[in-house]
Structure formats: structure tokens, C-alpha cells
Design a protein around this ligand. Structure first.
Ligand code: BDR
Ligand code: CA
Length: 349
């Protein structure tokens, strides 16, 4: 009996002393309406590239902030400059499922309706890095179906590619581990107005039909809406800390954000896509509530508007339960963000 106790004690001591087993990196697909910094998609990618907890299986592009051509050219160039050329890039949808841009859209933010050819990214087009021949939707389906329950999608643009993947493969939704989405605005919570139309957030507004299909899919979703983006305000103080380091990433930030701060040192940029990216590494820094959320895809004043509530409501039968971010621990959040974007990139990864 005594010997059994001694063995149990020894085992307890050894277990306590052993270093915690390293967690395997989370497999992610980075789905993005990419554009060069200061665009938030690029600023989110820098965080992801500096985070060893994440393994980027691939990047899929979609039209949104700019045309698909610009998204492709810019992301290829950034991967080349940062030395991360082994990450494959797959081109996705050049236009939303149904939504056609109006005159309003051409006057507001975003080039998704335009299909414009790419202009040269700063520093010229990527010299050797090219797009994969497979398209983004095929890639999403194949990758997720090969590893069911293992792949998280970080969706930072209109949800067109994800909705198309669901259409192509009916088992796709049930096979995705998790979706972290930057999109929507919840008017029933603080800071829930829209940023493109009075109540619609840009990503959901660009492709409301896709947003509705994806939110109703049953995939476990963390939604990062404008309510939380409005709590994440990037200022020159953070910029100065980043550019105090000298790496390919910080040089890109300096060259592309620096001129803006020279003109207006008090400018504030909301960290939309960065909040969603940080969620993958440090979810404990971001406050969430569980809500039923749906998207209005009826053309009219609420086209692309997301609606959320703690309980289903009459007419909201399509709403699904998801984690909705509302606030964050700013000091810890920005410290982590800065630490990751100033890290030297692992060579050739
Ligand atoms: C979202 O819309 C896009 O313009 C940004 O990149 C972000 O994903 C903010 O509404
Ligand atoms: Ca985006």
C-alpha cells in the first residue's frame, strides 16, 4: 500500500514538473478581400504570420475592398516581401452571388463591383510568387473535406467563397471546425450602426445572400461585428512602437502608413480584421455574448443588415446561435498585436 502511495506521489511530482505539451498549431484558411496596408486585411495577415500558434494552410481571395485582381496582386507581393512564399494563394469570387453595385457603391468604399485590373502594388508586381491553378472554392472544399473537423476559416471579406463551397459540397458546413468572421453590426447592442449603409456593415452588405447562407449554416461561428471593431482604435502611439522595430513587415507598415500619420498624426484606424485574427490566438481577451443572428437579404433599406438577439423573434426563425464579440481588453490586445507584428518572420516558412 505504501509502495502504491509512493509511486502515486512520484508520478504527481513528475507530472507537475513536466513542461506543458506544446499544442499543435491551429490549421487555418485565410479568406480575404485583401489590399496593401493600411488596409486592415494586410494588417491582420501580419499578425497571423507572426503567430506560431497558427498554421496558414492557404489564402483565398475575394472581391471586396478592391477588385479580385487587386486582392491577388497585393497578397502575392506581400508574401514575397515577407519571405512567406510557401503559403499558397487561391483566387476566389470576382463578384458577389447576386448583388450588383449601384451608383451609391461606386461613390462609397470598395471596388467589388468594378472588376478593375490590378494596378502595380507598391514596389511592383510579385516577381516569382504566383496564384495556384486551383480556384479558391475547390481548394476550400478539398482541404476541409480531407481533414473534417480540423480546419478553421478566418473570413475577413464578403462571404461569397464560403457560401459557394457550401453549395458545391453539402457536407462542407458540417466539416468546418470553426468560422471566425469579421462582419455585421448588431444594432440592439452598443455601437451597432452600419458603416456602408445606415445599418449594414460593408462585408455583409457586399454579399448579403452569401452572408445569410453562411450564418444559417450551423458551422460554429464567432462573429466579430462593428460593435467590437469600434473598441479597437489604432493610433500613432501603436504605429510608433511597431516601426521602432526593423523587419520586412514593419518596413511595409512604415512605408504605407507613415505618410498618413505625417499628414494627420491624430488619425485613428479601426482594427476590423485584426480583432478577428487575434481571436484565434487569444480569445480570452475578447468579450462575447451568445446571440441568435440572421442577415436580411431582401433588397430594400435593410439589405445586408444583420440582426441579433438573445432569443429568436417572430420573423427571425432563420437566425442561428453564435458567439458575438462586443468588447475587448484593449491594453493586452494591442500589446499582443504589436508583439506579433514586430517579430522577425521565420525564414522560408
Ligand atoms: C470590413 O469591410 C472591409 O472593408 C474591411 O476590410 C473589413 O473586413 C469592415 O466593415
Ligand atoms: Ca476585409
Amino acid at each position: 500500500m505504501q509502495r502504491v502511495r509512493a509511486c502515486a506521489l512520484l508520478l504527481a511530482v513528475l507530472t507537475a514538473a513536466a513542461p506543458a505539451a506544446a499544442q499543435p498549431a491551429q490549421k487555418i484558411i485565410f479568406d480575404t478581400d485583401f489590399a496593401f496596408p493600411p488596409q486592415d486585411d494586410a494588417m491582420a495577415l501580419f499578425f497571423v504570420l507572426g503567430s506560431p500558434e497558427l498554421e496558414v494552410l492557404g489564402i483565398t481571395t475575394v472581391a471586396g475592398n478592391r477588385s479580385l485582381n487587386i486582392a491577388n496582386a497585393d497578397v502575392l507581393k506581400i508574401l514575397e516581401v515577407t519571405g512567406r512564399t510557401t503559403i499558397p494563394v487561391y483566387q476566389g469570387a470576382a463578384a458577389p452571388l447576386m448583388h450588383q453595385g449601384s451608383e451609391w457603391d461606386t461613390k462609397r468604399h470598395g471596388g467589388w463591383y468594378a472588376n478593375e485590373p490590378s494596378r502595380e502594388p507598391p514596389g511592383g508586381f510579385a516577381k516569382t510568387k504566383t496564384l495556384e491553378s486551383q480556384g479558391a472554392v475547390d481548394y476550400l472544399v478539398k482541404t476541409v473535406m480531407q481533414q473534417p473537423g480540423q480546419v478553421t476559416i478566418l473570413a475577413l471579406g464578403p462571404l461569397t467563397n464560403i457560401a459557394m463551397a457550401m453549395r458545391m459540397e453539402p457536407r462542407f458546413a458540417a466539416s468546418v471546425k470553426q468560422l471566425v468572421i469579421m462582419g455585421g453590426a448588431i444594432a440592439s447592442l452598443v455601437d451597432g450602426g452600419g458603416n456602408h449603409t445606415p445599418n449594414a456593415e460593408f462585408n455583409f452588405y457586399v454579399d448579403p445572400e452569401a452572408a445569410q447562407v453562411v450564418l444559417r449554416s450551423g458551422i460554429p461561428i464567432v462573429l466579430s461585428p462593428l460593435n467590437v471593431s469600434r473598441k479597437a482604435r489604432f493610433t500613432k502611439a501603436s504605429y510608433d512602437k511597431i516601426v521602432a522595430a526593423d523587419t520586412p513587415v514593419t518596413r511595409l507598415i512604415r512605408d504605407n502608413l507613415g505618410p498618413g500619420y505625417k499628414d494627420r498624426p491624430d488619425r485613428i484606424a479601426l482594427m476590423y480584421d485584426q480583432v478577428a485574427a487575434v481571436t484565434l490566438v487569444a480569445p480570452q481577451l475578447i468579450k462575447t455574448v451568445e446571440l441568435y443572428v440572421d442577415v436580411d437579404a431582401n433588397p430594400g433599406p435593410n439589405y445586408g443588415v444583420s440582426v441579433g438577439a438573445p432569443q429568436p423573434w417572430p420573423g427571425g426563425e432563420g437566425a442561428r446561435k453564435m458567439q458575438v464579440q462586443t468588447d475587448l481588453e484593449w491594453d493586452k490586445f494591442i500589446q499582443l498585436y504589436i508583439e506579433r507584428v514586430t517579430r522577425p518572420q521565420p525564414a522560408g516558412k
